[in-house]
Design a protein around this ligand. Structure first.
Ligand SMILES: NC(=O)C1=CN([C@@H]2O[C@H](COP(=O)(O)OP(=O)(O)OC[C@H]3O[C@@H](n4cnc5c(N)ncnc54)[C@H](OP(=O)(O)O)[C@@H]3O)[C@@H](O)[C@H]2O)C=CC1
Ligand SMILES: CC(C)(CO)C(=O)C(=O)O
Length: 324
């Protein structure tokens, strides 16, 4: 059945007004796929040149099924007027508060805000702007590499897990996952979302941090016993911290995801490495740093994450020094 004939987005209506905030790698991929499925998407970003290029040429997606160039609409937040039915938030976590503040005027008490951002604390940050029952959080294993403004490549299998932040699993959540699945963005509703989020944080704490420090894509680490030993220590430590914070994690499940990413997404540069290469601030505080904080909160220490966090911060500084 074609995506057109399956269309029925319940609470969101036939033509929801979707606003993708952050027109970088993930924003362009998710927004581009939703556009390709026939949705009305507005991209919001802070970079005027990027906005101009997207308006002029559209977004370009390189996928395993082919390359697509789709007309798209992008704007600065202040220039978006129509209220949003769905906000898909894909800024880096350090920009969440600023981005949400900038779109405050298009948020209503019915707007749903979805975050598949990496790291801990996403629901809490978004919760400063909308009610908890309007927030959907989750994780995604979609690998997205920004090739240039509005131009993104994503290769290999992937899926996302979502749940509303109150864990009530309202009916409209199925409408949202249907919308994404029909746009070929494989999405599962997962009641165990805290486990899923912590598992992804453990994954990113190992893979993103080590790739960023070493300058390697995920596949580049494959033959290294040193990587395996270090990454397993990160995962082990994070599982211990999760447990002390009331979240039970499965070390094997996390490790299998790390191995899957190395095997299936070998050319992907984790988002944190893309930040280092662009001399931008990374999300280390929401990933390894947040694990260290959660350890302190539970009266523990997390020395492996602490050391990796410091090395990522050092790599950030070196990248900035080189650029200036
Ligand atoms: N890339 C990937 O493969 C994956 C990423 N993720 C997560 O998805 C999220 C987005 O990552 P990614 O797409 O890689 O990030 P990018 O850096 O590629 O994109 C973020 C975009 O948001 C823009 N931005 C910054 N501040 C604001 C603001 N106030 N309002 C609107 N836009 C703003 C940035 O502009 P500028 O560059 O000028 O700051 C940039 O264009 C992160 O949390 C990441 O961890 C999750 C899984 C995979
Ligand atoms: C794509 C993935 C899952 C790393 O493999 C990721 O989370 C990232 O790049 O930040």
């Amino acid at each position: 059945m074609s995506t057109q004939t399956k269309k029925n987005f319940g609470a969101f209506g036939q033509q929801p007004n979707i606003v993708v905030v952050g027109a970088g790698a993930m924003g362009c991929y998710f927004g581009g796929m939703l556009t390709k499925a026939g949705h009305q998407v507005t991209f919001v970003d802070v970079n005027p040149e990027q906005i101009a290029l997207i308006n002029q040429r559209g977004v370009v997606l390189e996928t395993d099924d082919g390359s697509y160039e789709m007309p798209a609409r992008a704007a600065l937040a202040k220039d978006v007027i129509q209220s949003a039915d769905l906000v898909v938030l894909f800024t880096k976590t350090i920009h969440t508060i600023g981005a949400m503040e900038s779109i405050r005027h298009i948020l209503t008490d019915k707007t749903v805000v979805l975050s598949l951002q990496n790291g801990l604390g996403n629901a809490e940050r978004i919760g400063q702007f909308v009610n908890p029952d309007q927030i959907v959080v989750g994780t995604t294993l979609v690998p997205a590499d920004l090739k240039g403004p509005g131009h993104v490549a994503s290769h290999g299998p992937s899926s996302s897990h979502i749940m509303d932040s109150t864990l009530n699993n309202p009916e409209w959540l199925s409408d949202l996952s249907d919308m994404f699945n029909q746009a070929e963005l494989t999405t599962n509703i997962d009641p165990e979302i805290m486990t899923v989020i912590w598992s992804k944080v453990a994954f990113n704490a190992a893979l993103n941090a080590i790739c960023s420090i070493t300058g390697s894509s995920t596949g580049g680490l494959t033959p290294s016993p040193a990587f395996k030993e270090l990454a397993k220590q990160v995962v082990h430590e994070t599982v211990r911290v999760g447990k002390a914070n009331g979240v039970t994690l499965d070390e094997n499940y996390i490790w299998n995801n790390v191995e899957m990413a190395m095997r299936e997404h070998p050319n992907h540069k984790p988002s944190m490495l893309q930040d280092i290469e662009a001399a931008r601030a990374t999300e280390v505080d929401a990933i390894n740093g947040a694990i260290v904080e959660a350890a302190c909160f539970a009266g523990l220490q997390a020395p492996v994450n602490q050391t990796l966090a410091q090395l990522v911060r050092l790599s950030e500084q070196v990248a900035k020094n080189k650029k200036s």
